[in-house]
Ligand binder design. Structure first.
Ligand SMILES: Cc1cc2nc3c(=O)[nH]c(=O)nc-3n(C[C@H](O)[C@H](O)[C@H](O)COP(=O)(O)OP(=O)(O)OC[C@H]3O[C@@H](n4cnc5c(N)ncnc54)[C@H](O)[C@@H]3O)c2cc1C
Length: 423
């Protein structure tokens, strides 16, 4: 006889796993469908950093005694894997001028951690709670109605179907189910980036415990190149480059490590591991539910909720499902939380993001000039992709009169873009 599920969850990333835990803790019958065989093997690029800002996504997480604690959302998860503190962040200009972010007491702005271990521990918790986990299963489509859900997936060459009262879609940034359930109809597709992330060993002169972001065409890319610590020791580095179909990430990687001003760091370096991903940036889904289906995590987001945001989505989605099944308005409560928590859901997010952009808006000489203005300052420590440009531009704009006097052409550009930021 066909088993009756309360909820089907598609995608065992941070969002789907935590949703399964929360729903199962409340006594629901949960089935979790995932296309990977082994979720602890990270095959999709991820920098694996926890953002330790105390006001990020209305939360300030702490990591202690084998737990990651979500202090304001009032829940915790297991994590007994290693961590490496990230205490300093630098934005580098083409000639190496630095914008420096750090806390006065040098407390960590981020932690490099082992995402594979984190996912594995979430899955173990699911299993302890009796969640049925179906791996190596690719979800094809779903039928959604107010009365319930059916989901079709293929596994080992066989088509199978599941039915449940509710569905949580947590299949990530390029969500197939979002498209097939009609959630993408009013979304704008902004850009598609192709990324590769490489773990390098034998790197020279990379300061441990730092995160660096190289800006300018001199580095071979129109987008920033990111460098961060790994868990493998001080002479290793995670290197993330992103390109597109015209300028491929492989070409950027080659140029950056052999011809850019930082090529010397890689003279004796070796590639330990490479992962890749395609990132489709689409406008967010402000109302991420319809009938019996709720979309969570990256599946509904403008690019990324981040791992900690995904876990929070899962936690609130689990509660939402329970409340829906009790006849309450769980989905609309989730929607309120979703809109209040993630900065990309605010109406002026895109305008502001555009106003903050560095390369290629400013050419390499202009970037050098702008970065040199703030070099004597240490800005507040942050790993937030939203707070960082705000702090940086606040600092640069304190020199507006000087810029107008010395570089009127840069000032004109700033004025045009600044009106977006300050409007
Ligand atoms: C280059 C890069 C660097 C990043 N760095 C960081 C970082 O340092 N820190 C941080 O917190 N976040 C980082 N992120 C973001 C982070 O990885 C995501 O925001 C987070 O993993 C989203 O969680 P999720 O559960 O919504 O989706 P995902 O983690 O994408 O999980 C989706 C799951 O669904 C499965 N799936 C997909 N399609 C199907 C299907 N058809 N059938 C069944 N299963 C399916 C996938 O296999 C996957 O397991 C980074 C992302 C990228 C691309």
């Amino acid at each position: 006889m066909e088993k009756k599920w309360d909820v089907i969850i598609v995608g065992a990333g941070p969002a789907g796993l935590q949703a399964a835990i929360t729903a199962a803790q409340q006594g629901l019958k949960v089935v979790l469908v995932e296309k990977q065989r082994d979720i602890s093997r990270i095959t999709r690029s991820c920098c694996q950093m926890l953002i330790m800002d105390n006001d990020y996504q209305n939360e300030g997480i702490s990591v202690k005694q084998g737990k990651i604690v979500f202090t304001r959302n009032n829940f915790e998860i297991d994590y007994d894997g290693p961590t490496v503190d990230i205490n300093e962040k630098y934005y580098l200009s083409p000639r190496g001028h630095k914008i420096h972010f750090s806390h006065q007491g040098r407390q960590p702005i981020g932690l490099r951690y082992d995402k594979g271990r984190l996912l594995q521990q979430l899955l173990q918790q699911c299993e302890r709670l009796g969640v049925e986990f179906i791996n190596s299963a690719i979800t094809r489509d779903a039928h959604n109605s107010p009365e319930g859900i059916s989901v079709r997936f293929s596994r080992g060459g066989k088509e199978q179907k599941l039915r449940a009262k509710k569905l949580i879609v947590a299949d990530g940034v390029n969500s197939k189910l979002a498209a097939c359930l009609g959630f993408n109809q009013n979304r704008t597709h902004f850009t598609t980036a192709l990324c590769i992330m490489t773990v390098m060993e034998g790197v020279k002169g990379f300061e441990p415990h730092t995160f660096k972001n190289a800006n300018g065409l001199v580095y071979g890319s129109k987008r920033p190149i990111l460098m961060g610590p790994t868990l493998l020791g001080d002479n290793t580095m995670d290197l993330l480059v992103s390109g597109d179909t015209e300028l491929k990430p492989k070409e950027i990687f080659h140029y950056f490590t052999t011809q850019s001003p930082l090529a010397y760091m890689f003279e004796d370096a070796e590639v330990v591991e490479t992962t890749g991903c395609t990132l489709k940036a689409c406008s967010t889904i402000p109302v991420p539910y319809k009938d019996s289906a709720l979309l969570i995590g990256d599946a509904a987001a403008f690019v990324e909720v981040q791992v900690q945001g995904g876990i929070m989505c899962g936690y609130h989605a689990g509660i939402a499902i329970v409340r829906e099944l009790q006849g309450k308005k769980g989905f609309s409560e989730y929607t309120r939380w979703w809109n209040d928590t993630f900065e990309f859901n605010s109406s002026d997010f895109l305008r502001v993001a555009q106003g903050y952009s560095l390369s290629p808006t400013y050419n390499d000489d202009e970037l050098d000039y702008l970065f040199s203005l703030t070099e004597d300052e240490v800005l507040e420590g942050t790993l937030s992709q939203y707070k960082t440009p705000r702090l940086m531009w606040e600092s640069i704009l304190r020199h507006q009169d000087r810029i107008a006097r010395e570089k009127p052409e840069i000032h004109e550009k700033i004025k045009a873009l600044d009106s977006m930021v300050l409007a």
